[in-house]
Design a protein around this ligand. Structure first.
Ligand SMILES: [Fe+2]
Ligand SMILES: [Fe+2]
Length: 290
């Protein structure tokens, strides 16, 4: 792909258009046809586990705001935009889950998830200065990829309300990515970091993406959806391992890897020619990793 073809969404140099931000009330919950997705075990687990992580995101925001207290503009963007947007993602997804799967005990399941998850969000887990912004870029690359995939699966299931919700969230996540990339450049300008350090953080965070938060959320969703008095999918996966295997397969088959790779490589700030040249082997490596 040449630079001319680079999707403008991942080109940080393109000025971000001012857009009216959406509100949870804009989602047409009343128009959902539950029969299209009710029996879809994969979609349920994707929606519910994302709703947990997004709802718990304020814990993480407070840590980040404290971490960047010396940079008031960055800290205020985190509390004024990032946090309310992610909390709205959580609320909108939770409402979707409760509309289609009303028997799922969302609150009880979330509380058991949060008791475990809040212990993982510690200050020690944050990188210093510009390198934390690299880690944030990887996380936002991961979330935007996830919602792109959720949108694709919702479209395939013929459920336009979920496709619309997933797409709105995806656009927000791309916006977060762009903001963190801008902040990375600012901090790097003040306290230079080596490409080697950037590469080390990229690699470490990519590995973590496969293990941490989403796995915790998925386990708590599974446990509560399969409690004897709920049993949402009597004909679905028999064990948690079977379900995660199914999801893993679904993800690896449908991941938009080209875009994800471009977003991952961008903080290395390589010359365009080299970035383009690296794109193909990096996609190959990403596919192998999955
Ligand atoms: Fe989010
Ligand atoms: Fe985000």
């Amino acid at each position: 792909m040449t630079d001319m073809e680079t999707p403008s969404e991942v080109r940080p140099d393109v000025a971000r258009p001012k857009r009216a931000h959406w509100h949870i009330d804009d989602i047409a919950y009343g128009a959902i046809d539950p029969s299209r997705v009710f029996g879809d075990e994969a979609l349920f687990h994707m929606v519910a586990s994302a709703s947990f992580i997004e709802t718990g995101s304020d814990t993480y925001t407070h840590n980040l705001v404290a971490h960047f207290a010396d940079y008031p503009e960055m800290a205020s963007w985190l509390s004024a935009h990032w946090e309310p947007e992610d909390l709205q993602h959580g609320a909108a997804l939770a409402r979707y889950a409760q509309t289609v799967w009303p028997r799922f005990p969302w609150r009880a399941a979330y509380e058991s998830f949060f008791a475990e998850y809040s212990r993982l969000c510690t200050m020690e887990a944050l990188q210093a200065g510009a390198l934390e912004m690299v880690a944030r870029c990887v996380v936002e690359m991961g979330t935007s990829t996830y919602y792109q995939l959720l949108r694709t699966l919702a479209e395939r299931a013929g459920e336009p309300v979920l496709a619309d919700l997933a797409n709105r969230i995806r656009v927000d996540e791309v916006g977060h990515y762009k903001q963190f990339l801008t902040d990375f450049k600012t901090l790097k300008g003040q306290h230079p970091v080596s490409r080697w350090d950037v590469m080390r953080v990229l690699w470490a965070r990519l590995r973590e993406l496969r293990e941490s938060d989403s796995d915790v959320a998925l386990r708590h969703v599974w446990t509560h959806a399969h409690a004897a008095d709920v049993d949402l999918f009597p004909d679905g996966s028999h064990t948690f391992e079977e379900l995660s295997g199914r999801l893993f397969h679904l993800l690896s088959q449908n991941l938009p890897l080209e875009q994800a790779t471009r977003m991952t490589l961008r903080p290395l700030m390589l010359p365009h020619r080299i970035e383009n040249w690296l794109q193909t082997p990096a996609v190959w490596l990403g596919r192998r990793q999955w």
